[in-house]
Design a protein around this ligand. Structure first.
Ligand code: FAD
Length: 495
């Protein structure tokens, strides 16, 4: 806890953000941190609540409540309040090996479950965490930390997203020789080529990878496992393999005109944009990435869709709309969704705020989907037919499903469509390369709470295992898989 009466004395205060019309001029991060003194007051707001749900990471009503990696939240907040930044870093890193990422991009499950939030504003734990880890980096407290003793055991990790990075960090620290294989040109997974720069500056990934390399972890980029190197070869070369290849199979739209030029999957588009940035400034608006003056339609109302909205605005789109199939959520919790459950309420994210500032209205159209794309004679996209949806009970399952409202179709002019409709699971060539068993959703199957696959010496972690999720879950899984691998190699684990 912080100061027992702190939550009564101090209001929640967050670092400032650059206003929308200013920040859309580049792709740089726009959240500023509070001065250290003010952050200490925020730490003071952590009350002596007795049952800190913030760190429980338990499933309530089918949704996670509190931090999945069980960050020692009240203890860290207390040390923030006392201004003991180095000790706060030690506490933070006791449970969480990559807080620089979650303190930027996490939806903050800890804050949604904070006791202070029951009747007022929750403690700003995410920003406290960011202040702590950035202090640690500034003061060289985050070190490369090479192990004093090597075990002589070798581990290959396929995929360098947050799951792969977390697993590599822990196994490397333990003394195993770790090699991370990554098919992209640079490590980071969706941290690098998914989440846009304004949410996560890529230098944050580079400085961590640099430290990991110094500690002896090897990154081999540009190697596609299952194509450039077989599963058999990896198993012959390494004692253990962890598959952390993500859930990169995007959900497509099965509608007429889908093959029109100008229809992209969101991650393909976002990653191409990221590749053309230098110091947060877009360098080359040629070819397909020339969005200036174009009308953009984003399909999918989630976080990825929001990232597409913010990106399209930065590239100079003349109009941006975002389709969401589900009804507009309430502004505050319903009685059926009490604290500390994850709040199912309307969230207006940075991209939507920016759209409102630039175009004068929220870009989201609820209960709407697309039923057709129209092309010109050259096959270029020229319009989309959108249709209203209504909820209807499925006769077989009894569940509600969204169905088109007959006669509600209307054609809207569009030059670029970004499909951000989620992901379906793993990519087959990777899982086939090892012959691991899959769930019906094509995630890698393990026993509950286990990270061992159906194939001896092959483990798994992250989205490829749990399905499309969050950075914090990927880190949690990477840490847990590292412990499982360590135990299988050494007979016990102290990770
Ligand atoms: C646009 C977007 C925005 C998001 N924003 C947020 C957010 O704000 N907050 C949040 O918490 N979560 C967010 N997420 C979700 C989050 O990024 C993922 O849940 C998380 O990155 C999953 O981590 P992972 O390590 O399991 O997989 P990934 O990050 O997908 O990494 C997997 C890596 O494996 C590599 N790989 C795959 N197959 C092979 C192979 N055969 N050989 C070699 N390498 C291979 C891939 O190239 C990739 O680099 C977002 C997702 C997207 C798409």
């Amino acid at each position: 806890m912080g100061k027992p009466s702190g939550f009564l004395e101090y209001q929640r205060k967050e670092g400032s953000v650059i206003p929308p019309l200013e920040r859309i001029k580049d792709f740089r991060e726009f959240h500023k941190m509070l001065p250290e003194k003010e952050q200490r007051d925020q730490g003071a707001r952590c009350m002596d609540c007795g049952v800190p749900f913030c760190q429980s990471g338990s499933m309530i009503a089918g949704m996670a409540s509190g931090c999945p990696v069980h960050n020692l939240v009240p203890e860290m907040n207390d040390l923030v309040y006392r201004g003991l930044w180095e000790q706060a870093y030690v506490r933070l890193s006791a449970a969480h090996c990559l807080p620089e990422f979650t303190s930027r991009v996490c939806p903050a499950l800890c804050e949604a479950a904070c006791t202070c939030g029951l009747h007022g504003e929750p403690v700003s734990t995410k920003e406290n965490e960011r202040q702590v880890i950035e202090y640690a980096f500034r003061h060289n407290l985050v070190e490369s930390d090479p192990p004093k003793v090597r075990t002589g055991k070798t581990v290959a990790i396929v995929g360098s997203g947050p799951a792969g990075l977390a697993a590599a960090l822990l196994l490397g620290r333990r003394g195993h020789l770790v090699t991370v294989y990554e098919r992209s040109d640079r490590p980071g997974g969706l941290l690098r080529y998914g989440i846009p720069n304004m949410k996560l500056d890529k230098r944050v990934i580079d400085r961590r990878v640099e430290l990991m390399e110094k500690s002896g972890i090897r990154f081999v980029c540009g190697v596609d496992v299952g194509k450039d190197i077989s599963g058999k070869e990896l198993l012959a070369k390494y004692d253990r393999v962890i598959l952390a290849g993500g859930a990169s199979q995007p959900r497509d739209l099965d509608v007429p005109g889908r093959d029109a030029k100008g229809v992209w999957f969101a991650v393909d588009f976002l990653s191409q944009v990221t590749k053309r940035l230098s110091d947060g400034v877009f360098q080359d608006a040629s070819g397909d990435l020339n969005v200036k003056g174009k009308k953009v339609l984003v399909i999918g109302g989630g976080d990825t869709g929001n990232d597409c909205v913010g990106t399209a605005i930065r590239l100079g789109a003349s109009a941006v709309s975002q389709l969401e199939m589900m009804p507009e959520p309430p502004l505050t919790r319903l009685e059926s969704n009490p604290w500390p459950e994850w709040p199912r309420v309307k969230k207006t994210d940075y991209g939507q705020e920016e759209a409102a500032a630039v175009f004068g209205k929220d870009p989201r159209l609820y209960q709407t989907t697309v039923s057709e794309f129209k092309k010109d004679r050259k096959g270029n996209l020229r319009a989309a037919v959108v249709v209203d949806l209504q909820a209807q009970k499925d006769e077989q399952t009894g569940r509600l499903k969204m169905v088109p409202v007959p006669g509600s179709e209307k054609e809207i002019p569009v030059d670029l469509v970004l499909i951000a409709a989620g992901f379906l699971g793993s990519q087959r060539y990777l899982t086939d390369a090892f012959g691991v068993k899959l769930t019906p959703r094509t995630n890698i199957e393990t026993l509950p709470g286990s990270y061992a696959t159906s194939v001896d010496r092959v483990f798994t972690a992250g989205d490829i295992h749990r399905g499309q999720s969050l950075v914090v879950w990927a880190i949690c899984e990477g840490e847990a898989a590292a412990r499982a691998v360590d135990e299988s190699l050494m007979g016990y684990s102290n990770l």
